[in-house]
Design a protein around this ligand. Structure first.
Ligand SMILES: [Ca+2]
Ligand SMILES: [Ca+2]
Ligand SMILES: [Ca+2]
Length: 479
């Protein structure tokens, strides 16, 4: 639940079009080959309202030398056409020898597959793709909801470090954890025999860390020897942490003053009650679908107090093992209430240079309401104490913005969230809904679809999918 700061924290935002004088886009690769479209993947699924299509993208830490980058997209195996890529619109893509991989199994009925691909652009300095691609992994997903997508490398790892070019990827629970119609799949985020509801850690390059890793089952990537479940019979060796619902945004918090404080952070969308920011620990069980936030999640999807003995049996397959695990809890959570939101977006610990007031602050959004908050990073580290009741305080952030299209010009105004800003942008760009489109509960009127992003210098941007506009954060007061 957001607590109002005594002094309002305000971010100033500008349309990037008022900063950039030219606006030119080049199609580098088009994934959308769905139903007769010209793109690369004929089974790309693009169902409105779900996290599908092209869902993840990250550059290799050595990209400027090797031209490699990684993508995740979602396919529906029931769609017509082959699951092999089609390069007819992208002749620079050399597909000789390209083969797909057997999908990693998920228990229960299946809808989609998440596909991780490594691309190698032989000339990373131009704006076209010419090179090769390799499918690294394909993961079965129970439903259209909560797929796999976000990717990240440890930005502090350098050549020779154990984490250099080691990829972290999130896989959502595929909607399994909340299933009422098929109770058996509710345990998929807890079961270590599948990748749903997990953070995965792999080495994409077969030539990297060869002495300290083993080649995966499908022969396409390597698994670091220090992954936590290598010696657990039946467990997927790719798993780094587990028990998540929809851990759709990964980021690395880097403390410039103390590397011991660097953490992998995951923002996970909750079911009916709690949105969470989690510090990821090796082997950690984040509780879902036996917990939601710092509460018990019951089989009917309502929440209640934690059990006296707060432990969860380790589960690999259908049955519990005798090992009991203490769950790891979020360091920030907010509720599905008026001043909260429906679905947490992305968040970043600010490390840029342009706005010193934001240093040491972790800023994050709610997707539907467009609310923005910050927490002091030191409070998040302190809340990572093994105690479910302690959380970092969060402070509401307002937004100072001058609508470039209002008439008469009202000048700069302070907004409580990105919602009205996105709504103005949506209407300016010809949106016909009276309010914003999209599903949302708390807003009662669509969704802003607001998220933060960073540029290469660590400066912040706010993008709202409802109006398709990226706005730069250019100032901050009251932090
Ligand atoms: Ca190129
Ligand atoms: Ca705590
Ligand atoms: Ca104006």
């Amino acid at each position: 639940m957001a607590r109002g700061a005594s002094l309002s924290a305000i971010l100033t935002v500008l349309c990037t079009s008022s900063i950039r004088t030219t606006k030119k886009f080049t199609v580098y690769l088009d994934f959308n080959g769905n139903e007769g479209r010209k793109g690369i993947f004929h089974r790309l699924t693009i169902v409105n309202g779900y996290g599908n299509g092209l869902n993840g993208f990250y550059l290799d830490p050595d990209y400027t030398r090797n031209g490699k980058f990684y993508t995740v997209h979602i396919e529906d195996p029931a769609l017509p056409g082959s699951n092999l890529p089609d390069n007819s619109a992208f002749p620079g893509l050399n597909l000789s020898g390209y083969t797909t991989t057997p999908a990693i199994k998920t228990p229960g009925p299946l809808q989609n597959e998440g596909v991780l691909i490594e691309w190698t652009d032989s000339n990373p300095s131009n704006s076209t793709f010419e090179g090769t691609a390799r499918e690294l992994m394909r993961v079965q997903l129970n439903t259209r909801a909560h797929p796999m997508g976000d990717l990240i490398f440890n930005p502090t790892a350098r050549r020779g470090d154990p984490d250099w070019r080691v990829l972290y990827m999130e896989v959502g629970d595929g909607g399994s954890g909340e299933s009422l119609s098929i109770p058996a799949i509710r345990s998929n985020p807890q079961r270590l025999d599948n990748l749903e509801g997990k953070i995965v850690r792999i080495i994409p390059d077969l030539n990297e860390h060869t002495a300290t890793s083993t080649v995966s089952e499908n022969g396409r990537y390597r698994i670091p020897n220090d992954n936590p479940f290598l010696s657990t019979p039946g467990a997927r060796k790719e798993i780094w942490a587990y028990g998540f619902r929809n851990p759709h945004r990964l980021n690395w918090a880097v403390d410039p003053d103390n590397p011991a404080n660097n953490r992998l952070i995951v923002n996970s969308v909750g079911l009916h009650t709690w949105e969470t920011v989690n510090i990821v620990h090796k082997g950690g069980n984040y509780g879902y679908a036996q917990r939601e936030g710092n509460e018990l999640l019951k089989p009917d999807n309502t929440t209640g107090p934690l059990p006296q003995n707060d432990k969860i049996p380790l589960q690999v397959g259908d049955d519990f093992t005798d090992t009991l695990v203490v769950p790891t809890y979020a360091v920030i959570q907010y509720g599905h209430v008026e001043n909260g939101g429906d679905a947490i977006g992305s968040g970043f610990l600010y490390n840029g240079k342009a706005i010193p007031a934001l240093r040491g602050k972790y800023l994050f959004t709610d997707i539907t309401t467009g609310h923005i908050w910050y927490a002091n990073y030191k409070d998040m580290l302190a809340a990572d104490d093994g105690k479910p009741g302690t959380m970092a305080a969060i402070h509401q952030v307002k937004v100072l913005w001058d609508d470039p299209n209002d008439s008469p010009n009202a000048g700069k105004k302070v907004y409580d969230s990105m919602f009205s800003i996105a709504e103005a942008g949506y209407h300016t760009r010809g949106g016909t809904n009276p309010r914003l489109p999209g599903r949302a509960t708390v807003t009662k009127g669509g969704r802003a679809d607001a998220r933060f992003s960073l540029d290469a210098n660590g400066e912040l941007y706010l993008y709202t999918k409802s109006d398709g506009i990226i706005r730069a954060v250019v100032g901050a007061t009251g932090f």
